[in-house]
Design a protein around this ligand. Structure first.
Ligand SMILES: N[C@@H](CCC(=O)N[C@@H](CS)C(=O)NCC(=O)O)C(=O)O
Length: 124
């Protein structure tokens, strides 16, 4: 299954990148203060992703739509991020949202649908 996805990603890479770029939605606008609060909250989030993973693209599009400046961490080519994801989340599967709460407790949220739901509930 992994090899299947890897091969598929390789073949589809240029198309996925094009789709990722062209289909990126326009971001919503907030009042300056509200956006500053959102920006601050996003500082406690990080998305582990693969550039051409369709599930990651879906999440990145939602981030763009909601104007969320969440740090992107490439778990495909960056060995440190890949290692952190495996160690923290338990598996190298993307997308995965790393959520750090105000007490510093970390939660690793897998599944694109769950990540999108979380972002919408928190920021929409
Ligand atoms: N059901 C998951 C599927 C995620 C998934 O299959 N991601 C692939 C990348 S497209 C993955 O992480 N594969 C592991 C690997 O290639 O090592 C979701 O919606 O997030």
């Amino acid at each position: 299954m992994r090899i299947f996805f890897k091969t598929l990603r390789l073949i589809l890479m240029p198309f996925m990148l094009l789709w990722a770029k062209l289909a990126t939605p326009k971001g919503m606008t907030r009042e300056t203060k509200a956006q500053q609060q959102v920006d601050q909250s996003c500082g406690k989030l990080a998305l582990y992703h693969f550039k051409t993973c369709p599930f990651c693209i879906k999440v990145r599009h939602e981030m763009a739509r909601l104007s969320l400046p969440i740090e992107l961490r490439d778990a495909q080519h960056d060995a440190v991020h890949r290692g952190d994801l495996l160690k923290g989340g338990g598996k190298v599967q993307t997308p995965c949202l790393k959520i750090t709460d105000d007490q510093g407790k970390v939660n690793w949220l897998y599944e694109s649908g769950d990540i999108i739901k979380y972002l919408q509930q928190r920021f929409a």
